[in-house]
Design a protein around this ligand. Sequence first.
Ligand SMILES: N[C@@H](CCC(=O)N[C@@H](CS)C(=O)NCC(=O)O)C(=O)O
Ligand SMILES: [Zn+2]
Ligand SMILES: [Zn+2]
Length: 189
Amino acid sequence: MGPSLHPLIDNGLTKGSDSFSGGKLHCHCTSSPVEVTLSGPVLHNHACGCSKCWKPTGALFSVVAVIPKDQLSVTANGSKLAIVDESATIQRYACKDCGVHLYGRIEKEHPFHGLDFVHVELSDDQGWQEPQFAAFVSSIIEQGFDPAGIDEVRAKLKSVGLETYDALSPPLMDAIATWTAKKAGKLPA
Ligand SMILES: N[C@@H](CCC(=O)N[C@@H](CS)C(=O)NCC(=O)O)C(=O)O
Ligand SMILES: [Zn+2]
Ligand SMILES: [Zn+2]
């Protein structure tokens, strides 16, 4: 059985719909939940083991995707949102009452500027892109996970079809490196 990786992973992935075009997210509050409306599909959905991404209770991983920020709007109870850590690259907006993170935004100069980070499990809609890979797997050890169990975690992720990495996936790391090289003048802009 083992520990829960994430409810969207533990029993195998549910493939998303290619024609899916968005939906609503809401926090866990039973009264006046914060609502975020996404007017398009998410991209690069993945599991993240880092300590900063929001995870449901009992889960070792977050499931987090990106969407262009102009396709995200807060449509109800936005006054309950507050930034978790102002010093982080990703400004994560959490509900002050239930603690759920509704979205993360990058305001500074960064290769992922213009993309917001969201958790599709906060939606009742079906068809969101399923996780594509697992990132920052070793980071769960930093949060107290017994390193003796990490092989089992990687094996479980692989068994549902998720390749495991200790940073982001190679295409995303390459995109970051290309942006950095262009900025430094090492590659043509
Ligand atoms: N080992 C660190 C990794 C943190 C980290 O680098 N997270 C990645 C993936 S979400 C990131 O891009 N963080 C930027 C941020 O949190 O603002 C931890 O678990 O806290
Ligand atoms: Zn809430
Ligand atoms: Zn993360």
